[in-house]
Design a protein around this ligand. Structure first.
Ligand code: 26A
Length: 339
């Protein structure tokens, strides 16, 4: 019996169906070129047709996805097998078998809750140039319940730190709060990724419920702008340092990290505002940016797990993001590269 994982992640397990599309295809469904949205499978949502239509595209690929699951695999890429655990809910089908196999290959220990009546969630990743538009049908991922954590509470207790995909705020804020309370009571780092602009925009109260437990909040510039708008901040929407200060909310134990594409990463805590430059990749070595943010979070979490300091952890995040951008989807190189 191997040791329990040090890093425990919670999110929505999804299989990505990725294909290159043109602008007309995005326009047909009123999709932005760089966004992440939810579709409701139970309504008569025209966007549901995308999942079938993509199968006809010549370069269609099925790739393990789910933002926090991508981060779990990335952290395991750095930390090695058995050090990272992942909670989420899946169906009993070939999609979940593939996700399980990918996690195993990456060295991630899966603690899946299984649904017998709902299929595994899927995400259409529509690639145009260096952008990606994500359209998600959560399926079984939407049925995660906090009691599944109780079944594996020994794993939670043995974990040293936690990573929560903000996307999970749409599913079970109760499960996030449960982990947050444990983290707070035991003094373990508790990291939340904002995940997408629609999280602060439409799930503001769930976000407010969870923020008090966080010791690190990670986001990108468009999530920061959505946060500023949702909370009615009067600073400019690209004033990342001021937005981060608001996320701190006077906390002396929280650090906020905003990535900004090729612009420097902004790192804000109670008594410090710092930036770290990003090394640009040559344009022709970029494959796609699907999963770049997850890979950043993965490297960052791996650094924290190894006891590295904040700057080093951000640096490992930037390094792993650059590696992932050179792979198809939210993937990491087949060979083990050392930071
Ligand atoms: C609740 N939603 C919309 C989602 C997601 C999601 N992961 C969890 N919940 N929408 C897209 N993703 C994942 O984001 C990754 C890229 O960052 C996709 O599966 C993709 O792998």
């Amino acid at each position: 019996m191997s040791a329990s994982p040090k890093l425990v992640c919670l999110g929505n397990p999804l299989l990505d169906i990725q294909a290159t599309v043109d602008e007309a295809y995005l326009a047909k469904y009123s999709l932005k070129e760089n966004d992440a949205i939810l579709v409701d499978a139970s309504s008569n949502e025209p966007k549901m047709a995308i999942f079938d239509e993509l199968l006809q595209f010549p370069d269609v690929k099925f790739i393990a996805g789910g933002a926090a699951q991508n981060t779990a695999r990335g952290a395991a890429y750095v930390l090695g097998a058995g050090k990272v655990g992942y909670f989420g809910s899946v169906g009993q089908d070939k999609f979940s078998s593939k996700l399980l196999a990918e996690n195993e290959a990456a060295g991630v220990v899966s603690y899946y809750q299984e649904q017998s009546k709902v299929g595994t969630g899927k995400c259409a990743a529509l690639i145009t140039g260096h952008n990606r538009s994500l359209v998600t049908d959560l399926g079984a991922a939407n049925h995660f319940t906090p009691d599944h954590l109780d079944k594996h509470w020994d794993v939670v207790e043995k974990a040293e730190l936690f990573y929560i995909g903000g996307f999970h705020l749409t599913v079970s804020p109760g499960a996030i709060v449960k982990l947050g309370k444990h983290a707070q009571a035991t003094g373990k780092p508790f990291v939340l990724n904002l995940s997408a602009p629609f999280i602060p925009q439409f799930f503001k109260s769930a976000l407010e419920q969870v923020l008090p437990y966080t010791t690190y909040v990670i986001g990108n510039e468009s999530e920061a702008a959505a946060y500023a708008e949702a909370f009615g901040l009067d600073c400019k929407q690209d004033d990342l340092a001021s937005i981060a200060k608001h996320v701190l909310g006077g906390s002396t134990t929280r650090t906020v990290i905003f990535t900004h594409g090729l612009e420097p990463t902004v790192i804000v805590s109670a008594n410090d505002v710092a930036t770290r430059p990003v090394k640009a990749l040559p344009k022709d070595s970029i494959v796609d940016t699907n999963g770049a943010g997850d890979a950043f979070a993965a490297g960052f979490m791996a650094g924290l797990t190894q006891g590295k300091n904040l700057d080093q952890s951000v640096d490992i995040g930037q390094w792993l993001a650059a590696l992932s951008i050179q792979e198809v989807g939210a993937s990491y190189p087949a060979e083990k590269l050392q930071y």
